[in-house]
Design a protein around this ligand. Structure first.
Ligand SMILES: Nc1ncnc2c1ncn2[C@@H]1O[C@H](COP(=O)(O)OP(=O)(O)OP(=O)(O)O)[C@@H](O)[C@H]1O
Ligand SMILES: [Mg+2]
Length: 392
């Protein structure tokens, strides 16, 4: 299980270490940094999928994603005696992301991305570069437990005797993570383990529910233990839960939210269609006829009752377009999912947060913005995990 997520110089997250529990609920006012925390998690997953530099460029490049405030605030700035002003940078620009687990055998990972340094003429001279990457054992980076160390193009691995470093001859390109550029299962098994772990993280963000939404159309049905991100395979995912998952939980989840209602998957050849029987109607409604909120709720059921739970499930604002009365039932589904997977939920729905209040392993994280910088409002220093970044 992950115990900490650390982010530096990404949007309003100048320096933030977030403690993670079995179920972490991240909340806060508009503009406090919730979506930035979600996006930072996604960037970490993009690293393992080989797309982090592309994702950053799509977000507007380092010039737009890097923390736009000063390197640090002086006491006079904080008192309001002098305006917040940029002092000359003493340190190189560094967007940093990392995570770690609490156990000694858990792997921790950190990456440091910066501005290109090379003076070689290239058309990609604005692309961000990976400057540092490290993997270690335990809750924070220590020289003695470091396993993999990348500095610029140079990669070295801890030898079998755990004292000496083995230098990998082949240089790692500046635009790529070692996690996708180097994958020798014998020399660095921890790299492969960690990469597969990061690739298995599952994210759900706003499901579409407009008239043309993929979830509203009948689809080719195949065995679907994991709902697609766009919800297009809703019917097949529901039917998979019915056949190899917890069919009782599926029926209870529907009844919990819509008393007396029942979902059925109609199979016509290889086409699957979601049907919903509701109280007082003579025929079931198809997915195309369901209200936005009802369809979204069915999508959450399919996502959260997955017969193949991931190690980590990250949900961004699952309350979107649900009536507040549905939120307690959604909370029960999320709490149930947190028994199988570690869950991070970003939400600003008070009723959803209240519904999760007495869940096992709950870690509430309330974000606030001070001087443009995101901070954790509900925890004191002793509750924030220790974190060390690798030096450049
Ligand atoms: N490069 C940057 N440097 C500093 N702050 C930034 C930068 N880019 C964006 N911000 C600010 O970061 C803040 C956090 O944004 P974020 O989208 O994470 O907020 P949020 O908590 O999700 O808000 P909402 O509830 O409105 O969705 C915003 O106020 C935004 O203006
Ligand atoms: Mg947001």
């Amino acid at each position: 299980m992950l115990s900490a997520l650390a982010i530096a110089n990404y949007r309003s997250l100048r320096q933030l270490t977030v403690p993670l529990g079995r179920l972490t609920v991240v909340t806060g006012a508009n503009g406090s940094g919730k979506s930035s925390v979600y996006r930072a998690m996604r960037l970490l997953a993009d690293i393992a999928n080989g797309g982090v530099i592309r994702s950053l460029v799509r977000e507007g490049g380092l010039s737009s994603t890097l923390w736009a405030g000063p390197e640090s605030f002086s006491a006079a700035m904080l008192r309001g005696d002098v305006p917040v002003q940029g002092t000359r940078r003493n340190e190189p620009v560094a967007l940093r992301l990392g995570f770690a687990g609490s156990e000694a055998e858990d792997f921790g990972y950190a990456i440091d991305i910066g501005l290109p340094s090379s003076s070689m003429p290239t058309s990609f001279s604005h692309d961000p570069e990976v400057k540092r990457e490290v993997i270690w054992n335990g809750p924070w980076l220590r020289p003695s437990t470091q396993l993999v160390d990348r500095k610029g193009a140079a990669l070295r691995l801890r030898g079998d005797d755990s004292k000496n470093w083995l230098h990998v001859g082949r240089p790692i390109p500046a635009f790529a993570s070692m996690m996708t550029e180097y994958a020798d299962p014998h020399a660095a098994p921890e790299m492969l383990t960690l990469r597969e772990q990061m690739r298995s993280w599952r994210f759900y963000d706003h499901f579409r529910s407009d008239a043309d939404a993929p979830a509203r159309q009948p689809q080719l049905g195949t065995y679907t233990p994991v709902l697609a991100n766009d919800g297009s395979d809703l019917a097949a995912a529901l039917q998979t839960i019915r056949e190899i998952g917890d069919a009782g939980a599926l029926d209870r989840a529907v009844d919990d939210a819509f008393p007396g209602a029942r979902v059925e998957v109609h199979v016509n050849g290889d086409r699957f269609e979601t049907l919903m029987h509701q109280h007082g109607l003579l025929r079931p409604l198809t997915a195309a006829e369901l209200s936005d909120g009802t369809l979204r709720y069915l999508l959450w059921i399919a996502a959260l009752l997955t017969p193949r739970p991931p190690s980590l499930l990250v949900l961004n604002e699952p309350e979107t377009s649900l009536h507040p009365d549905l939120l307690p039932a959604l909370g029960r589904l999320i709490a149930r999912a947190a028994r199988e997977s570690q869950v991070i939920v970003v939400s600003h729905a008070a009723r959803l947060i209240a519904a999760l209040d007495d869940s096992d392993g709950l870690q509430p994280v309330v974000l606030e913005k001070q001087f443009g910088e995101t901070r954790i409002a509900n925890l004191d220093m002793s509750e924030i995990p220790r974190w060390e970044w690798p030096a450049r």
